[in-house]
Design a protein around this ligand. Structure first.
Ligand code: FCB
Length: 445
């Protein structure tokens, strides 16, 4: 497959439907000497934490090459660009703004606006300042108030340059991967930690959203949540229950408090009754109305009953798989959007991340990533199917603009529609990038 085709009259071709690409600060920027330390810098130093022993010191050197990268972005014909602010680049430990870091983003925002590309700003995409981790990180309730202060200060200087803000990217990953099973920074392990960190992240979302509503009422303000739909391994009642439990404790754990101001019962049960972190007023803050919710969708999981934990994902996944070992399952996107639509009263949605890691090689100056083209094509059709059945989805962002630092996998996994040679920093538009561009350009004619 070499191109991406959207059927005529598709809602995806509506002039208000927003297409973009997404990145995150730690994954692309580098420029480590121009910011303070974050938890991922520290985590990368840990023996065995990152598959290839790498770190984010240079990454895609976007800190220095941002103009070139924005020119590339513009050549794709996107409407929007989703990127994140590195908190430790713009703020020091005393809570003062760091002018050099602020200027970096002001220049980026100004250039995006000059190019007519809508800036979608993520305020937190996992790179917590290390000095806050030293005080307990997201296990410490006070971090939520530090976040509020950061949001207040940064939104004041960004002024009217931003089109959309989200407070957090995938709080589930920060909480669960970072504080419960320890495979992401800060690498802490403990069965009760995830829910505690998760509550503080949600509280910080609420506090941040409150600031956004005051300081930036004209931007589209929201949060980005990941969702991995849960399917039962069989029709057996035990497996069906296992899938439901997995969905409640991994997905709805975040959707329900944000949309309905309450935690699923299965999650509540995990807070120690005598020391619940939920204080009066927290849930009301968390459940404030969002202008939109960003959904990150990559794959699904299949669950079976497990006598100890209640549910366990099957390890023998159906094919086809991406290079991450994630099943390619576009139907899951349709299913999960409909599930959310029927369960909740939703604000408009955007698909803020969707994409696939593949084994890509440059051959004679080309990267022939046909499988990624197919992945994007299939997921766009799956998205269209959900929209046609009534789900209000207003945008789609391909993850990612560039190959980048894929967290615990280091540079081994490539998600970009643009190939990055990490030795020369050369960018090469992959076939998927060309197909995405051609689809976007044909739409505009
Ligand atoms: C998501 C992250 C993003 C990227 C993709 C592959 O969970 O938000 O930074 O790593 O996965």
């Amino acid at each position: 497959m070499t191109d991406i085709q959207i059927p005529a009259h598709s809602p995806l071709l509506h002039p208000d439907f927003c297409f973009g690409t997404a990145t995150a600060s730690f994954q692309i920027e580098g420029g480590v000497a121009h910011r303070e330390e974050c938890i991922w810098d520290r985590f990368c130093q840990r023996e065995g934490a990152i598959a290839d022993g790498s770190n984010g010191d240079l990454a895609c050197d976007h800190f220095h090459r941002w103009r070139e990268d924005l020119a590339l972005l513009q050549s794709l014909g996107v409407d929007a660009y989703r990127f994140s602010i590195s908190w430790p680049r713009v703020m020091d430990a005393a809570g003062n703004l760091r002018q050099e870091g602020v200027d970096f983003y002001l220049n980026l925002l100004d250039e995006l606006n000059t190019l007519g590309i809508k800036p979608f700003v993520t305020l937190y995409h996992w790179d917590l300042p290390q000095h806050l981790e030293d005080k307990g990180g997201w296990l410490n309730r006070d971090t939520a108030y530090r976040f509020q202060d950061y949001v207040h200060k940064i939104t004041q200087v960004f002024g009217k340059r931003v089109y959309s803000y989200v407070t957090f990217n995938e709080p589930f990953c920060s909480a669960y991967l970072g504080y419960e099973i320890g495979i992401h920074a800060p690498g802490i392990v403990g069965s009760e930690n995830g829910k505690l960190a998760g509550h503080h992240l949600l509280l910080a979302h609420g506090l941040g959203l409150q600031v956004l509503k005051q300081n930036s009422p004209d931007t589209l303000n929201g949060i980005v949540l990941n969702i991995t739909p849960a399917y039962p391994a069989s029709d057996a009642e035990q497996d069906v229950k296992a899938a439901m439990l997995a969905d409640e404790s991994l997905n709805q754990w975040f959707f329900q408090p944000v949309l309905q101001g309450k935690y699923p019962e299965s999650v509540l049960a995990q807070f120690p009754a005598d020391q619940s972190p939920i204080k009066d007023g927290d849930l009301a803050l968390i459940a404030q109305q969002n202008d939109f919710i960003g959904i990150n969708y990559y794959s699904r999981e299949i669950y079976q009953h497990d006598p100890v934990s209640g549910f366990a994902a099957i390890s023998d996944k159906p094919n086809p798989l991406t290079d991450m070992g994630w099943e390619i399952y576009p139907q899951g996107l349709t299913d999960v959007l409909l599930q959310l639509h029927h369960r909740y009263s939703l604000p408009p949605l955007m698909i803020t991340e969707n994409g696939a890691a593949m084994v890509d090689e440059v051959q004679q100056g080309e990267v022939n990533d046909v499988e990624r083209v197919r992945y994007i094509q299939q997921h766009l059709l799956a998205l269209e199917a959900a929209i046609k059945q009534g789900v209000d989805v207003q945008g789609y962002f391909a993850w990612s603009l560039l190959d980048n630092f894929e967290w615990a996998e280091g540079y081994k996994k490539r998600f970009g529609i643009v190939h990055v040679n990490y030795e020369t920093q050369q960018r090469t538009l992959k076939l998927s990038g060309k197909a995405y561009r051609d689809m976007l350009m044909s739409r505009k004619c």
